[in-house]
Design a protein around this ligand. Structure first.
Ligand SMILES: [Zn+2]
Ligand SMILES: [Zn+2]
Length: 353
């Protein structure tokens, strides 16, 4: 087998490298910069050029990162490696590994719908496909973005008309920028939490157009926030940082909002179903598009996906990961004191399994 599951993560013995290892290793190939995939402490990293800035923000300025273009080939001990867009967040990549005529593709996290903040997902043919399954249950079906954003804009507009602030929570890396790119900035001023703004800089530097965002901490004394939109990580909810906005309306944008009761459990007024992962039909479609006969399912609801694939004639197996059921996009910017790792999110997601 070209790859195997080890206590440090997926390992390629022939090439002597790991993919998204959760412990420090000599050589790590990274699918994307979320905290459960890009871990600090490895000696050398390989990642996509598109994701280089956000990876540096997450891994630190001293991390040894080799950035390659999508589709560019890198040879490691005779093993051919290339990265291909995963459509999940800026720079997210699938890893294609080829050796002795055998081809494996590791998806990392991915989605197949268009997203203006990253290069779209590209199906890659392979013998074995390692797929995530964060939302691998038939209940998870997304509605088109245009519909979701029409809902978000209508909510913001009606709050603005009532003189209230709109407080919109989304993961600091990826989701927050997708929200910013999708809202209608003509409704009012937009403020971003520091953890979001730090990554906005990386997105803008990478050529992703985002509307103008302001820093609430830099707002002159006496600023009225009624009518504005505030984009913040979930971990900022209920913290003193929020006080300046007064009694605004709160909302959370996440795939988890698809499940009844989640909105109430997170104590927000509105839930918008917006995910950066594949839903059930797109997951099955993506597997089919690879032409793979063998599928490894990891990172989420593994069993239902494995069962479905086996029933449809594929060799499928469940592969445990260290992050099973944990908050995938936990806000882990170490320098951001206002947003510690978001424990309530992790809790909820573990229970949801
Ligand atoms: Zn992710
Ligand atoms: Zn993940």
């Amino acid at each position: 087998m070209l790859l195997r599951s080890t206590e440090r993560g997926l390992y390629c013995e022939a090439g002597d490298f790991y993919i998204d290892p959760w412990l420090p290793v000599d050589r790590a190939v990274i699918t994307h910069a979320h905290g459960d995939h890009a871990r600090w402490g490895s000696r050398a990293y390989l990642g996509s050029r598109e994701g280089e800035r956000v990876m540096r923000t997450r891994l630190g300025a001293d991390a040894r990162i080799r950035a390659v273009e999508f589709g560019e080939t890198v040879m490691l001990n005779g093993v051919r490696i290339s990265l291909h867009p995963a459509g999940h967040i800026l720079g997210s990549a699938q890893v294609r590994v080829e050796h002795g005529g055998e081809v494996w593709v590791v998806s990392g996290d991915y989605k197949t719908e268009a997203d203006p903040t990253c290069t779209p997902f590209e199906p890659v043919r392979c013998h074995t496909f390692v797929t995530e399954s964060t939302f691998g249950l038939p209940i998870y079906r997304w509605v088109p973005d245009a519909e979701v954003f029409a809902g978000i804009n209508a909510w913001w507009r009606s709050n603005a008309e009532a003189g209230r602030a709109s407080l919109l929570f989304g993961y600091a890396l990826g989701k927050a920028q997708r929200l910013l790119a999708g809202v209608d900035p003509s409704i009012g001023p937009i403020y971003a939490h520091g953890a979001v703004e730090r990554l906005n800089l990386d997105y803008r530097a990478g050529g992703v157009p985002l509307p103008e965002t302001r820093n609430p901490a830099a707002a002159p004394k006496g600023t009225q926030f009624g009518g504005c939109l505030v984009v913040a990580p979930p971990s900022a909810a209920g913290t003193p940082w929020m006080r300046r906005f007064g009694a605004g309306s709160t909302a959370f944008a996440s795939g988890w909002m698809r499940v009844r009761g989640q909105r109430r459990r997170r104590s927000v007024d509105r839930g918008f179903v917006l995910s950066d992962h594949v839903d059930w039909p797109s997951l099955l479609g993506a597997v089919q598009a690879t032409g793979a006969e063998c599928v490894w399912v990891t990172h989420g609801y593994r069993e239902p996906v494995v069962r479905w694939l086996r029933e449809h004639g594929l060799q499928a197996q469940s592969v445990a990961s260290r992050w099973e059921g944990e908050s995938d996009e936990a806000d882990v910017l170490p320098e951001d004191a206002a947003s510690p790792a978001s424990a309530p999110v992790a809790e909820t997601e573990r229970e949801a399994e």
